[in-house]
Design a protein around this ligand. Structure first.
Ligand SMILES: NC(=O)c1ccc[n+]([C@@H]2O[C@H](COP(=O)([O-])OP(=O)(O)OC[C@H]3O[C@@H](n4cnc5c(N)ncnc54)[C@H](OP(=O)(O)O)[C@@H]3O)[C@@H](O)[C@H]2O)c1
Length: 285
């Protein structure tokens, strides 16, 4: 199968390329580069002959997305491009998988259950709202949406993520304060890529609609995750001090409950690995 990954320089895209996906970067397909027609025409040409496209490219800087000077770019990349690319893929007969986010939700469902794929969305920031618009475009074009949360790659990969930052602070002797009132499940980028890779190659599983993929296991707060990183690397987890979201304000409000229901994915593809197991692999302890 010929499978194309957009966002090939990003956390998830890089891992898809390592599995054998054909890389598409901003250089070949700039999602802010010109009109809708220009993007569609370029996508049709680039997707021609592919069996599937996994779309990971996005404007992911959640706080920068709140800045009005970035509005045009965030909208073009997150809200408009996914639907255009999904339509281009459909026109050339390629399956389309789109990666989306827990940020389409806010608040908490009754009983603290995981968010189901058909729960009503309610984004609380620009990033979440534009990603939600992107989802609708993809679904209208018959694509599949895979929501994920708290993606990390670890110190061996380029760039910074939460786990890498905590591992560095632990090693440097810094005792961080970390929010303890936002709960979710982390997702190791290589595991997500492997899951998407499995899904896209199953003709029965990559059907139109929404699925969730995160690592499995007990939901955890950011503070709990930081403590797990410290403990796993042999440092005292109590060095990580809990704080509230109110004590650590960010330009973009964050969802307090990012736990996504893994039942549909588990039934279709299999249970994702546990996040503690992923942490041990990603940090090599
Ligand atoms: N990271 C998370 O915690 C998280 C959580 C939930 C969902 N997600 C979703 O998961 C997907 C993958 O996330 P990630 O963490 O792998 O993202 P990432 O590491 O930030 O990479 C984003 C990718 O998008 C590309 N991109 C951005 N603007 C572009 C444009 N105008 N034209 C073409 N390419 C552009 C970037 O290219 P450059 O390198 O050229 O900038 C990069 O390759 C995204 O859809 C994201 O919304 C992420």
């Amino acid at each position: 199968m010929r499978i194309i990954a957009t966002g090939a320089t990003g956390q998830v895209g890089r891992e898809l390329v390592a599995l054998g996906a054909e890389p598409l970067t901003r250089r070949e397909l700039d999602l802010t580069g010109g009109s809708r027609d220009t993007v569609m025409t370029a996508a049709r040409r680039l997707f021609d002959g592919a069996d599937a496209v996994i779309h990971t490219a996005a404007f992911t800087a959640v706080d920068a997305a709140e800045d009005p000077s970035n509005a045009a770019e965030v909208t073009a990349v997150n809200a408009v491009a996914p639907g255009l690319l999904a339509r281009a893929a459909r026109e050339v007969g390629a399956r389309f998988l789109h990666v989306s986010t827990d940020y389409v939700f806010s608040g908490r469902p009754a009983g603290d259950r995981p968010w189901r794929v058909d729960d009503p969305v309610r984004p609380v920031n620009v990033y979440g709202a534009t990603k939600e618009q992107g989802e609708r475009g993809v679904l209208d074009a018959g694509g599949t949406v895979v929501r994920t949360s708290w993606v990390w790659s670890g110190p061996a990969a380029p760039g910074k993520d939460f786990v890498t930052t905590m591992a560095e602070l632990a090693g440097r002797g810094v005792d961080p304060q970390v929010v303890d009132d936002q709960t979710g499940r982390p997702t190791y980028a290589p595991d997500l890529a492997a899951g998407l890779w499995d899904l896209v190659r199953r003709p029965d599983a990559a059907t139109p609609g929404i699925l969730n993929y995160t690592n499995s296991g007990e939901p955890v707060t950011w503070c709990g995750l930081a403590r797990a990183v410290f403990a796993g690397l042999g440092h005292d987890p109590e060095r990580v001090r809990p704080c509230t979201t109110a004590e650590y304000p960010t330009p973009a409000p964050r969802p307090e409950w990012s736990v996504l229901d893994l039942a549909p994915w588990t039934a279709a593809v299999g249970r994702p690995p546990e996040w503690r197991d992923a942490l041990a692999r990603g940090l090599r302890w």
